[in-house]
Design a protein around this ligand. Structure first.
Ligand SMILES: Nc1ncnc2c1ncn2[C@@H]1O[C@H](COP(=O)(O)OP(=O)(O)OP(=O)(O)O)[C@@H](O)[C@H]1O
Ligand SMILES: [Mg+2]
Length: 354
């Protein structure tokens, strides 16, 4: 029997649940000439949702994760590679020949993948301009390309001049719908909501929430049923209480419970056994993460893990607030209706270790 749960990468088909409204909304949105900005904490399902919607809308798309981009010329090269993979080369060849800096195209001997690069140049702007105008020219107003840029907040880390440069180029385009995804709430908000930012009001802002409880419960229950039978509904609810409906951690926990029961036939205390196993697996990395926090952060995390009051006079309000901002920025704390630890297993680790 194959494990019916999947976590850690993009999910589709039988691993994807709900998001019906969001999928329909994005599909429909792509009929307009506008751009979409999708924000949520890490691993809420942004990439999966966007890919599902774009496929459902039957639109041609390319996708690039800015976390993998190291410089402006690397950005231009990676984008060109994606365009190359999405189109017949014949269609692009003439355009590429007109580039001010001709790219090198080679075949990776090991992976067989096409690799495109640019010779170093002192004016990286021309590389970007040429690649973006190729994208524009290879499409039409009727058949716009969807360009998905994941972890868009990284734009600021790639180069301080990139944001302004990109905005100037992108606003001239008519044959593209951009979908910009990001998981750092504060930085994404600053990029798109700050009047002084080049991307101010560039697109419509959409915030993705956790999965709705009812649908997620049904998803878990149906998949638990072949192994947990009558216990399935109760277990599904216990899991969702524990993970607070976080898409990724829910799938991780459910997957581990399923695995334990299938491999060992153990049925009692199954969720606690799974939690223990997961926490143990991550023990070393949690330890490493923990040792990098300063004392205030450690204190705040411990209080949040124990669901204890923060304003008890131990630290000044402004100090606590700065720590929360810092921890949100690094992704360890998220704010939904209250501040909470992002990872329920890290929370369990903190509670048992400390
Ligand atoms: N609609 C869904 N139904 C079921 N599980 C989902 C759904 N969306 C996401 N998940 C779970 O969350 C995990 C992360 O999804 P995805 O990679 O799409 O999120 P993300 O927000 O793009 O993450 P990241 O912040 O790492 O880019 C998936 O591997 C899956 O386990
Ligand atoms: Mg993603």
């Amino acid at each position: 029997m194959e494990n019916p749960f999947k976590f850690g990468s993009i999910v589709d088909n039988e691993f994807f649940t709900d998001r019906v409204k969001e999928t329909a909304y994005i599909c429909n949105f792509l009929n307009s000439r506008n751009h979409l900005v999708l924000i949520s904490p890490r691993r809420f399902g942004k990439s999966s949702l966007v890919l599902k919607a774009v496929k459902q809308a039957n639109r041609k798309y390319i996708r690039l994760n800015l976390q993998k981009v190291t410089s402006i010329s690397d950005f231009a090269a990676k984008l060109l590679t994606e365009v190359y993979n999405a189109h017949p080369w014949e269609k692009l060849k003439q355009q590429v020949m007109k580039f001010r800096v001709i790219p090198t195209i080679s075949n990776n001997q090991v992976t067989g993948a096409i690799e495109i690069g640019f010779q170093p140049t002192h004016d990286q702007r021309v590389l970007l301009e040429d690649v973006f105008s190729l994208i524009e020219n290879a499409h039409t107003e009727k058949e716009r390309l969807v360009v998905i840029l994941d972890e868009f907040q990284e734009i600021r880390a790639i180069s301080p001049i990139l944001e302004k440069m990109l905005r100037a180029i992108m606003q001239e385009q008519k044959h593209v719908n951009y979908i910009l995804l990001g998981s750092q709430e504060s930085m994404m908000t600053d990029i798109f909501e700050n009047v002084k930012s080049p991307f101010y009001h560039f697109g419509e802002l959409m915030r993705l929430q956790k999965l709705p409880r009812d649908e997620f419960e049904e998803y878990l229950e149906t998949r638990f049923n072949p192994v947990f039978h009558k216990q399935s509904k109760e277990l599904a609810n216990q899991v969702l209480d524990y993970t607070a409906c976080h898409p990724y951690y829910t799938q991780e926990l459910a997957s581990r419970m399923w695995q334990i029961s299938v491999l060992t036939n153990v049925m009692s205390d199954i969720m606690q056994s799974a939690i223990r196993e997961i926490v143990e697996t991550h023990d070393l990395s949690y330890e490493r993460i923990w040792l990098n926090f300063n004392r205030t952060d450690m204190w705040v995390l411990q209080r949040l893990a124990a669901q204890a009051e923060l304003q008890i006079g131990e630290y000044r309000t402004s100090t606590i607030y700065s720590a929360l901002k810092r921890l949100q920025h690094s992704g360890h704390v998220i704010y939904t209706d209250r501040y909470e630890l992002e990872d329920p297993f890290f929370k369990a680790w903190i509670l048992t270790k400390l």
